[in-house]
Design a protein around this ligand. Structure first.
Ligand SMILES: [Zn+2]
Length: 238
């Protein structure tokens, strides 16, 4: 190889390297932006109200969601179950809660980040919406009908069907004032989640509008955007 060819080859390698650096920087920037957005909304693991705790879940170290625990006397009910055993166990440990203290898990929908550690709660009754044709795993569970109310030690949990994000998506209205919406509200133009064959954005929009009609809601808990005090906030998302 001549000197000129050597120079050309070196400059080509440098160009390729600088392109890769640019790509890596862009990826890093995207991760930082996602982390900033998530940390703005998401709760760190801890008590967020006298009888309500949030557990934060991360993906590749980036905060990406919450699931919730409600205290009922000496026991707990969970809304969703987190993404994996390690994170869920760590979160529960931080709160001083054993999985055995959880008597019921109410699942908003069968996506991995909401049900990944469901089998950790083997003393709990698992409640879901209609899991027929959904991606719900092979675990014993009790399907609630649309509008059905379960009473647990004086706490009432109503299941409201809101398919769209997935076919089995539901919200839970606790004591008529705390609404747990899972991923019904994500972003305005949220793309179909991976592996979700039944995604239907029109249906999701229909149920978003329908949830605005519920009266008496004081707090709205989301899977990825924290807690809001007024369901009318969601008008911004329609
Ligand atoms: Zn989801």
């Amino acid at each position: 190889m001549t000197g000129t060819e050597n120079l050309k080859s070196n400059s080509k390698t440098k160009k390729e390297l600088s392109q890769w650096t640019k790509i890596l920087l862009i990826i890093l920037l995207i991760i930082l932006c996602l982390a900033a957005v998530a940390s703005r909304y998401l709760y760190p693991t801890g008590r967020i109200a006298p009888e309500t705790c949030a557990v934060r879940i991360n993906r590749n170290g980036v905060p990406m969601g919450n699931f919730f625990l409600l205290q009922v006397n000496e026991k707990y009910i969970a809304i969703d179950a987190g993404a994996d055993h390690i994170q869920t166990e760590k979160g529960l440990q931080k709160l001083g809660v054993s999985p055995y203290d959880v008597m019921a898990v109410f699942v908003t929908h069968a996506h991995w980040d909401h049900i990944g550690s469901l089998d950790l709660f083997d003393k709990a009754v698992i409640y879901t919406g209609n899991t027929e044709d959904s991606e719900f795993p092979d675990l014993p569970h009790q399907i609630m009908t649309d509008g059905e109310v379960i009473e647990l030690s004086g706490m009432s949990v109503q299941c409201i069907y809101t398919p769209g994000h997935t076919i089995d998506s539901v919200c839970y209205l606790v004591d008529g004032k705390h609404l747990f919406v899972g991923d019904l509200f994500v972003t305005t133009n949220d793309p179909p989640p991976p592996n979700s064959k039944r995604y239907d954005s029109d249906l999701q929009l229909f149920y978003r509008e329908k949830m605005l009609e519920i009266e008496g809601v004081q707090y709205v808990f989301t899977g990825h955007f924290g807690l809001f005090k007024d369901v009318r906030f969601f008008r911004l998302w329609l």
